[in-house]
Write a protein that binds this ligand. Structure first.
Ligand code: ADQ
Length: 489
């Protein structure tokens, strides 16, 4: 079994794995169960001169970032350009001079620190938008290992992606991977659209993508959760509100992509339209802060606080506060019980790669008396979870009506929907996700050669007196076969 090298922006302290979210736990699991190395940023910011040493502890290798790297690579290009644009928020993207150079610079520096730790038969799995140029930088250093990339966030429509001034450079970087995994079929369709219309590449009859004289495999691998983590445990009884009232639960990082103002407004409108439900329902929203030094995140916090205040002021009573808004992190072990004791799970992002909370909410339900998942059609999870109540979060009035539908749903219908949802969630769990991506990457045949490599190889063959059929530069060697045949669209 070859060693897996995981490369991600943040690397989890394995001792804290049980407190972390789904992906970190899945990667930590790979590190525990097979030969591997997990490499990335330690989370520390240090003076530039102290940033060139790798701290190695068993299978974990981390490096700090300098202040300027943190500002321009992490907060800048990754989170003020790629994150908003990939989520359809071109209007708040900051295309600032110097961000992209620093983004490339950090990828180059990390690649140079990783390269000496690599062995010839390692396979490399790079994660997320922070590290798109990683394969290109590793290849510049002579690394020939197989390299896969997984994007956890959506791939935007092609015109939106083309609005990034460096889009072509990014696309060239993607083409340096052997396998590019996205969350959904819709994301794959967006990527293919970009290939066809943005950079005039094409798709081979075998369903592989040809751009910049490179062939790569792209496929969707919808991420899942560790179901068992959420099935145990009872109901949460320690919440201040909700005794006697039905609870709607929301658990989202405080991010403008998560549709929190729309969710609060829909709940306000529900109370307005259906006064019989006042005092009967509470919305508990847990929204721990992230990236708080980026302006857009300060804005969303202020907007939410003011909305919660005005809805609570308008409808609240001395003994009933409609919105219970917690701007802090909650111990992860309590989440399952909170989900289980909530009649509705409200997951209404404006755009989301997948959204693990939707799956966690279902996994935590009591099969005998399950709650109802209200899910945005713009979450990747909606592609799989058809039996949820699917809503358009921009349509505040319709979402308010769906809250009522969920509250009034019969036990039979709730059980029926739950059974369909849990079946899908169990089938496509986190282990299946890891296995299918790694199996696809491992089963790729020797990587396709560049036109120069082909010319060189032909030269050698001719020199050895063994003429072969002529190869045109663009007609590269037959592509790798993916036995597990992930879908292309
Ligand atoms: P996120 O945008 O972070 O992930 P999500 O998929 O919902 O979104 O994952 C969040 C995780 O953090 C969940 O496991 C959740 O339980 C946990 N979490 C959230 N709030 C918490 C709290 N207060 N306390 C404890 N835990 C909390 C990105 C993409 C998603 C994609 C994932 C995985 O944006 O679309 O689903 O990666 O690929």
């Amino acid at each position: 079994m070859s060693r897996v090298i995981l490369v991600s922006n943040r690397v989890l302290d394995l001792r804290k794995a049980s407190q972390a979210g789904g992906v970190a736990v899945a990667l930590a699991d790979i590190v525990r169960t097979r030969p591997s190395l997990w490499f990335g940023w330690s989370g520390e910011i240090k003076p530039a001169e102290d940033c060139s040493t790798v701290s190695r502890e068993g299978r974990i290798a981390t490096v700090p970032l300098s202040l300027s790297e943190h500002d321009r690579y992490y907060l800048g290009y990754a989170n003020s350009v790629l994150w908003p644009v990939f989520h359809g928020r071109l209007d708040i993207a900051h295309f600032e001079a110097g961000y992209f150079e620093q983004y490339l610079g950090v990828n180059r520096r990390l690649a140079a620190l990783l390269q000496p730790m690599l062995k010839p038969d390692d396979i490399i799995w790079v994660h997320d938008y922070h590290l798109i140029p990683m394969a290109a930088e590793l290849k510049k250093l002579g690394v020939t290992n197989r390299i896969g990339f997984y994007l956890h966030i959506p791939f935007p429509p092609w015109q939106m992606f083309s609005a990034i001034p460096e889009h072509e450079h990014l696309a060239r970087c993607l083409a340096d991977y052997d396998l590019v995994g996205l969350q959904t079929k819709a994301d794959i369709a967006n990527l293919i659209d970009y290939v066809l219309n943005g950079v005039f590449g094409n798709v081979t009859p075998q369903g592989r993508v040809r751009i910049f004289d490179r062939l790569l495999t792209v496929a969707s691998f919808p991420i899942g959760i560790d179901v068992a983590d959420f099935t145990k445990g009872g109901r949460e009884t320690g919440l201040a509100q909700g005794r006697g009232a039905s609870r709607i639960i929301g658990v989202d990082r405080l991010d403008y992509t998560k549709g929190l103002p729309q969710k609060f407004k829909a709940f306000g409108q529900f109370l307005e339209k259906f006064p019989q439900y006042r005092r009967q329902v509470v919305l508990t929203q847990i929204a721990p802060p992230t990236r708080s030094s980026v302006d857009a995140y300060t804005d969303i916090r202020q907007q939410l606080e003011s909305l919660a205040g005005s809805i609570n002021g308008q409808f609240g009573e001395l003994d009933w506060v409609p919105i219970h808004y917690i701007h802090r992190s909650t111990a992860r072990r309590r989440l399952a019980a909170i989900y289980r004791s909530s009649r509705i799970g409200m997951v209404t992002p404006l755009r989301d790669g997948m959204n693990l909370v939707a799956k966690e909410y279902i996994a935590a339900q009591d099969p005998e008396d399950p709650g109802v998942l209200v899910l945005s059609r713009f979450a990747g999870a909606a592609e799989e979870l058809h039996s949820a109540l699917i809503v358009n979060p921009y349509d505040i009035g319709a979402t308010a009506d769906v809250i009522r539908t969920a509250l009034e749903m019969s036990l039979d219908e709730r059980r029926e929907r739950y059974a369909a949802l849990i079946e899908t969630i169990e089938k496509n769990d986190i282990t299946a996700w890891c296995r299918s991506f790694l199996a696809a990457l491992e089963s790729l045949a020797e990587r396709d050669k560049s036109p120069e490599e082909i010319a060189l190889a032909l030269e050698k063959l001719r020199g050895a007196g063994k003429p072969r059929a002529k190869a045109r530069a663009s007609n590269v060697a037959p592509g790798p076969k993916v036995e597990s045949s992930p879908r292309i669209n």
